[in-house]
Design a binder for this molecule. Structure first.
Ligand code: 13P
Ligand code: SF4
Length: 301
């Protein structure tokens, strides 16, 4: 890690009373510079509990917004405001309002990978960790599930419930193909396969475990298995390998790179702290509504 750069970051972090959070898909050097690494919701919870005034959120835009929804009194900075999530941006608040008008009795469940104004239209938010649990507890006849059609398919199969899904998907996870998994199993016959539920159904079918990034970290630690094929964004391999030096982790596909997650560099983290940019603040009216959907998720789980 560039020592000079790190020294400056540490110094500014103290001056600004800041904490650095990095998603599991961030570049290795950004993960190593962070105070905490985790999945999207874990990081928002860390942000809410932190006694620091400034949060540098190294991830994508909706994650920084979620932190702002959960801790409005803090200053949330994103080192690169162009780091968006293409899947989150595949649906708008207008789209959700239209869906609700077409299915007035439906309960609307939305993945945390959504913009704040879309969250404000939801009945309940979910993450890849708790989506199955939440949908299984909903009593309504009709359930709308947005925006990921593959997560919807997985949840529908696990719960036996028909879901009204949106045509969204993650452009990074769809790059992982069933033939990639088959090839890696041939190369590493003792390895267990863990995949993210954003993967294609044909990939999910080949997995031993279907887990969020946070749960993959937990599972890798407690499992007696020593080798794993990882079907998610390649950045997670750094975290897994660091936490489990005695185990081996193979990416299902080297092509599963999220370009938006890789926009954040150490230099941008330094600029962000130096110039206190770019602040992400969700307007109060939207924040209060979006917060209801997140609180409902906590209530359900
Ligand atoms: P996690 O919630 O598992 O961190 O996933 C976020 C994400 O963007 C997956 O592609
Ligand atoms: Fe969005 Fe996919 Fe990147 Fe996750 S990996 S941030 S879902 S585009």
């Amino acid at each position: 890690m560039p020592k000079e750069l790190m020294k400056k970051i540490e110094q500014l972090k103290k001056e600004r009373n800041a904490v650095i959070l990095a998603h599991n898909y961030q570049l290795p050097e950004v993960q190593d510079a962070a105070d905490y690494t985790g999945d999207s919701l874990e990081l928002s919870r860390v942000a809410a509990k932190s006694d620091k005034k400034v949060i540098v959120f190294c991830g994508v835009y909706f994650m920084a917004e979620t932190a702002s929804i959960l801790c409005p009194a803090k200053t949330i900075l994103i080192p690169d405001p162009l780091a968006g999530c293409p899947m989150a941006n595949m649906i708008t608040a207008d789209d959700v309002r239209e869906l609700k008008a077409r299915h007035p009795k439906a309960v609307v469940v939305g993945y945390v990978n959504t913009p704040a104004d879309v969250k404000a239209e939801l009945d309940v938010c979910c993450t890849s960790t708790n989506a199955v649990d939440i949908v299984s507890k909903i009593k309504a006849e009709e359930i709308i599930f947005i925006p990921d059609k593959y997560l919807a398919d997985y949840v529908s199969k696990k719960t036996g419930k028909r879901l009204i899904a949106w045509e969204g998907y993650c452009p990074t996870h769809v790059k992982i193909l069933p033939e990639d998994i088959i090839k890696k199993i041939r190369q590493h016959p003792h390895a267990k396969v863990m995949v993210h539920p954003e993967c294609r159904p044909e990939v999910v079918e080949l997995a031993d475990e279907v887990l969020s990034t946070g749960k993959m970290c937990v599972h890798a630690k407690k499992s007696h298995d020593k080798e794993f094929i990882i079907g998610t964004e390649v950045g997670l391999i750094h975290r897994l390998q660091k936490d489990n030096p005695d185990k081996k982790f193979y990416p299902a596909s080297e092509h599963a790179v999220c370009p938006n997650m890789k926009r954040t560099t150490l230099e941008k983290v330094l600029w962000s702290l130096d110039e206190m940019k770019t602040e992400v603040r969700v307007p109060d009216e939207i924040r209060k509504k979006a917060r209801r959907a997140i609180d409902k998720m906590v209530e359900f789980t």
